[in-house]
Design a protein around this ligand. Structure first.
Ligand SMILES: C[S@@+](CC[C@H](N)C(=O)[O-])C[C@H]1O[C@@H](n2cnc3c(N)ncnc32)[C@H](O)[C@@H]1O
Length: 375
């Protein structure tokens, strides 16, 4: 169950080599020129992609994840609690102005972050949404009298996302929900910890861009409920991805942002957390962002003209001018934010068995005489 969403070989090959829109190339070139650790990370990843050993490691992880029993689930839960604890130590994410904060945990199962909050603040209340087990969701392990959970696919809250009428041609209109859970609550802290799951059965039109639908669904849901001055934590992949750069740049306009990546858990992967503090959801920039996320959700769910056939087939399709503009304004800060995250991943990859054995082999070859000794 735990290690979902990404394997070095399959996913990164897909997203970096096949779908390589102009925006992505511009960002990669910019970062490679300015940040040696990013350049090294790209090299290490390439070695990972071409390593049969690497493929084996990730296949084995996937196999274990998909067949996790109660012990595996418990281990994963404890790991998520440790991630929450490390985040608390390194980012001061649980900085509340009262002892009984209200917390929203989106995509919460197994509930490590919830546990991490409740053990520090036993008077806190946590409201959660998480994918039902029968839709491939994870088991909830955290338990507490102050924890309430709604089991649902968060990407289907159409009315909450501003759509009361589902386009007539949609193949499955009954799927969408018009509930608006927790709509009158205002939260001190919102976790958006969703990761797209292999085990969730999804229609064909949800094959591409599902992580965008999941991210924007969580963001819309969160922004309509977070307190001014509150904190939002969002799980992201790859700082250098075009959709990630846009999210970081957008948040920098109405929040104080930090990035956090645990030193050990998932160090080899490109996942990290955006920790946005002092979020100001009522500023014009935040209101504009909310509208853009709603449009993105609509376009990736129904297609811009309400036809699923017009759902984008890749992320980013412009001429790259928007990426260039963002980098001019925000590139230096992006490098500063990214450096420690790339370093953690590069260190982990460099020390991973499959890259090490490759590097050792290469250095053996390096030391071989150029000409074979004459016999
Ligand atoms: C990495 S786990 C989250 C771990 C969690 N932050 C914790 O502290 O235990 C990813 C979660 O996203 C949930 N998820 C994935 N897609 C979802 C969706 N469409 N709606 C609701 N939850 C979803 C999964 O069921 C899983 O519980």
């Amino acid at each position: 169950m735990p290690e979902d969403t990404e394997s070095l070989s399959v996913l990164q090959r897909n997203t970096e080599m096949v779908d390589d829109p102009r925006e992505q190339q511009i960002i990669r070139e910019y970062l490679s020129k300015r940040e040696p650790i990013f350049q090294e990370l790209c090299e290490l990843k390439k070695q990972g992609w071409t390593s049969a050993e690497g493929d084996k490691v990730f296949d084995e992880r996937k196999r274990k994840a998909d067949s996790a029993g109660p012990q595996g689930r418990q281990r994963f839960f404890l790991m998520t609690v440790r991630i929450g604890d490390e985040m608390a130590r390194r980012t001061n994410v649980f900085r509340f102005d009262n002892q009984s904060p209200l917390v929203l945990d989106l995509c919460m199962a197994p509930g490590g972050f919830t546990k991490s909050v409740l053990k520090r603040f036993p008077d806190a209340h946590v409201h959660a949404i998480t994918l039902p087990l029968e839709d491939g969701g994870y088991h909830v392990i955290a338990k507490h009298p102050h924890l309430s959970i709604v089991y649902a696919d968060i990407t289907l809250y159409a009315t909450d996302f501003g759509v009361t009428e589902i386009p007539v041609n949609h193949p499955d209109p009954a799927l969408f929900s018009h509930d608006r859970p927790y709509q009158d609550c205002r939260y001190d802290l919102v976790f958006c910890g969703g990761a797209v799951l292999r085990a969730q059965p999804r229609a064909e039109y949800r094959r591409v861009g599902e992580h965008i639908r999941l991210n924007v669904s969580q963001l819309i849901f969160a922004f309509q409920r977070i307190k001014p001055g509150g904190t939002l934590v969002l799980l992201l992949h790859k700082i250098e991805a075009w959709d990630t750069v846009r999210i970081l740049h957008t948040f920098s306009k109405f929040a104080d942002i930090k990035l956090f990546k645990p030193y050990k858990a998932h160090a080899i992967k490109s996942t990290f957390y955006l920790v946005a503090q002092s979020v100001q959801p009522q500023t014009p920039e935040a209101v504009k962002a909310l509208e853009e996320w709603k449009t993105l959700w609509y376009d990736w769910t129904f297609g811009a003209d309400g036809e699923t056939s017009s759902i984008p087939s890749q992320i980013g399709s412009g001429d790259g001018s928007e990426a260039t503009e963002i980098l001019e304004e925000y590139g230096t800060r992006l490098v500063e934010l990214g450096r420690p995250i790339w370093k953690i991943q590069a260190d982990a990859l460099r020390n991973s068995g499959f890259i090490k054995s490759r590097l050792d082999n290469e250095s053996c070859h390096d030391h071989q005489p150029v000409e074979a000794p004459k016999s």
